[in-house]
Design a protein around this ligand. Sequence first.
Ligand code: CP3
Length: 345
Amino acid sequence: MNTTFLQACRGEKVAYTPVWLMRQAGRYLPEYQQVRAKVSFLGLCKTPELAAEVTIQPVDILGVDAAILFSDILVPLEPMGAALEFHESRGPVFPHPVRDEAAVSRLRVPEPEAELGFVMDTIRLLRRELAAKVPLIGFSGAPFTLATYLIEGGSSKSFLYTKKMMYTAPELYHKLLVKITDCTVRYLKAQAAAGAQALQIFDSWVGVLAPCDFAQFALPYVKTIIAELKKATDVPIIYFANNGATLVDLSVESGADVLGLDWRLPLDEAVRRVDGKVALQGNLDPLALLLPHARMEERIGRILRQAKGARGHIFNLGHGILPEIPPEQAKFMVEAVHRLSARKG
Ligand code: CP3
């Protein structure tokens, strides 16, 4: 197996910089579209053979150094008791937003093997199929990001109801976040036990918080998750705080082995700020995949140079790849990262 990705997570010497792409299994690939044409998005997540098939597609097509389980951060919220729908045009929708004491009390903490067994089955299947290829990353959403979906009832721009609960009903907010945290600890432990070789925690919307609110209303729950995981498993843990340039110093305290960074913060500045305490993952602007090859290479080369002093570096996009990206451009990026980072001798 190619273990370059795991070595970089642990800050070990690598022959070249490993690379994978957030949302690497998805609609930009015609091969994904073909599978997706036969089944709904949630149906795909819940059918281990199909979920495993689309997980492996980018490994074979792009040559990335890690696979990421095909699922969604919102999947574990369903067995918590939150009805979930995916609409083609609007994305995820929770028709019954969680905004009061009764709604929070109704949420349960599911038993992962019994109620999310399809995820663990997908992981077990993937470990067999990926044995000679690359490591498998499992994942979850971070409590703040998951809470925004439950409280807002879907995606949001202002996060009005989330902040309203934080500021006007902090005890209720805390009760909700504790439940989500509890669920996430069990869910990620089960993924590691099933065979996930690294775990990424996605905090996609945490960048809407002021640093003082991040410290009070988001980071403590991430810390709890990572501390609990560290008691049960030694798989590397990646914390991705999207739009988190102002949160990097605090994020180092999360206990994660690797911090994922979006493209807004130059990597050399991140290297200085984390001071060797964690490895770094990132951070090409996902739309820089539209650049002509020579200019994309310049951008990749710059990121590789900026990452020089890092404890470890895993190349990635700064957020998920978009459906509009031609797969050949993503393939070129992966090949260029490998070529430009190869250590000689
Ligand atoms: O990275 C991978 O290849 C693994 C699969 C994966 C998906 N979602 C598949 C998906 C992962 C890791 C996620 C995480 C996820 N889901 C996040 C965190 C990462 C991020 O982008 O910030 C978030 C916020 C979600 C919630 C979500 N899921 C939204 C907002 C949407 C709709 C918008 C969109 O991109 O379509 C989804 C749907 C979704 N999740 C799709 C895929 C492939 C598209 C569904 C389809 O096939 O129609």
